[in-house]
Design a binder for this molecule. Structure first.
Ligand SMILES: Nc1ncnc2c1ncn2[C@@H]1O[C@H](COP(=O)(O)OP(=O)(O)OP(=O)(O)O)[C@@H](O)[C@H]1O
Ligand SMILES: Nc1ncnc2c1ncn2[C@@H]1O[C@H](COP(=O)(O)OP(=O)(O)OP(=O)(O)O)[C@@H](O)[C@H]1O
Ligand SMILES: [Mg+2]
Ligand SMILES: [Mg+2]
Lengths: 256, 256
């Protein structure tokens, strides 16, 4: 039975998609069968993994709203062990459509669980919000991994996110855990990065991953080639950090 | 009668709040009476302008959903000519509440228009989405200013945003104009910035502002002091770029 992890933070541009893609790729290269679900109507995770428009006819919208069998929604990537449920333009209408559904917070969970036996990990790339799509992701997940940009506004949003996680635990998913917080776009030349890192570690302690993702231009170049940074430039500091992150995640899972 | 401009882009972290705060401040320092409306439940614009928690009891939620008179929702900042309607925690529930309202797309427009005669500019900082809050902003505005981060994913979202603007024009606000596109976080050391800038200018031509906002560490430090970059460090490259942007906006308005 796979471990299902939502990659979420309502603050925009903190590295959710970049973390989803590169963590999923790193896990797949250490022989973990991994599924990445693109739950963002922007479809950046689908693009970053080189999924063409004609491979996106069936995806997260069809799985959640039209109850299409999961096998029809899954696309195999060129990377061994890595599979994707892509996002298409229908997903931007999903939130309004979900409002009238019975058990609207559980649509994703219902169509996901029990159908994934042979995966090791499922990662869900979430949009920058705390709406019904995100609530569906949180209800379907075992835990939430929070990418945190080393910037001031990103800190401000953390308490709001923690309150939401608590609410989801009480109302929809009692087993939902905080997988951890991953510091992203860390720039050692910039004091602000250190201040934010220090603040977060003193407040969240062990929940903050040791692995820190540096700001690295190769990471932002990779999507224009439709490849994860790990495939685009394996040796760069960004890729090595994500490989390290995957190993730390596995280690933490073993201890749990 | 003021010019009402929505600062919007569904891609997260592209500089919407930073542009809203610093453009509003720059306009107020050249004697334009300016109102900034924080329509993002994250409340980053309110924080970046140093609005304390106890000044946020009445804000955008109360104006839109509870039809509170606008004078009760406006907070005067320490900067002459600059006023704010802050965001508070109620705003995160607004989208679900709006669903059942009659004319739900026009709530902001109804409570905003006709009540602002003595302002020159009204800027609306939008959340990273295209949901009902954003549709309210677009229905209430004369035009949309789109901050565009010089990164690949940001380009991908532009066509989706343009289609949404067209839909709003057809269904809710026939006069809605594209104010323009402003390139943000431009890094001259990074080829990607040039590629994105070139692509956008070849596609959108004159609609792309000449003023380009550089990546500048002072801009990201300013919010932790509760001040706009223009007040925190007037001489830095980022502040000077926003002052330049305000002048270009005024020039473009005169020609229209
Ligand atoms: N470590 C890094 N170094 C350099 N650039 C990065 C890094 N991580 C992410 N980026 C770039 O920063 C931008 C924002 O990252 P990304 O899109 O992954 O964030 P997000 O949280 O998914 O955004 P959204 O809120 O819109 O979903 C992207 O253009 C990405 O390429
Ligand atoms: N020109 C710049 N140089 C350096 N840092 C910047 C610049 N513009 C914005 N930033 C920083 O980048 C981060 C993202 O900017 P900002 O929060 O304004 O974007 P946004 O589009 O409003 O995000 P959201 O989608 O969450 O609303 C912030 O931490 C901000 O301080
Ligand atoms: Mg994303
Ligand atoms: Mg913002």
């Amino acid at each position: 039975i796979p471990k299902i992890i939502a990659i979420a933070n309502q603050k925009g541009g903190v590295g959710k998609t970049t973390t989803s893609i590169n963590l999923a790729t790193a896990l797949s290269t250490i022989n973990k069968k991994t599924l990445l679900i693109d739950l963002d109507p922007q479809g950046n995770a689908s693009t970053g993994l080189g999924i063409s428009t004609d491979q996106r006819h069936y995806g997260t919208y069809e799985l959640m709203i039209q109850d299409m069998p999961i096998e029809q929604c899954v696309v195999k990537t060129e990377i061994p062990n890595l599979y994707v449920i892509p996002s298409n333009e229908h997903l931007s209408g999903a939130e309004l459509e979900l409002i009238d559904h019975d058990k609207r917070e559980f649509k994703l969970r219902k169509n996901l669980r029990d159908n994934l036996i042979d995966y090791d990990f499922v990662l869900i790339d979430c949009p920058p919000a705390l709406g019904l799509l995100n609530i569906n992701a949180f209800s379907a997940s075992d835990s939430i991994l929070v990418p945190l940009q080393c910037e001031f506004y990103a800190l401000e949003g953390l308490s709001h996110l923690m309150r939401t996680i608590q609410r989801i635990r009480t109302n929809f998913n009692p087993d939902l855990d905080l997988q951890g917080i991953v510091l992203t776009m860390y720039d050692k030349r910039n004091n602000l990065s250190d201040l934010v890192a220090h603040d977060v570690r003193s407040f969240f302690g062990e929940k903050v991953y040791q692995t820190v993702i540096p700001r690295n231009v190769k990471i932002s170049e990779a999507p224009s080639h439709g490849k994860p940074a790990i495939i685009y430039d394996y040796k760069c500091a960004g890729s090595q950090a994500y490989i390290h992150l995957a190993k730390e995640l596995i280690k933490r899972e073993k201890i749990m």
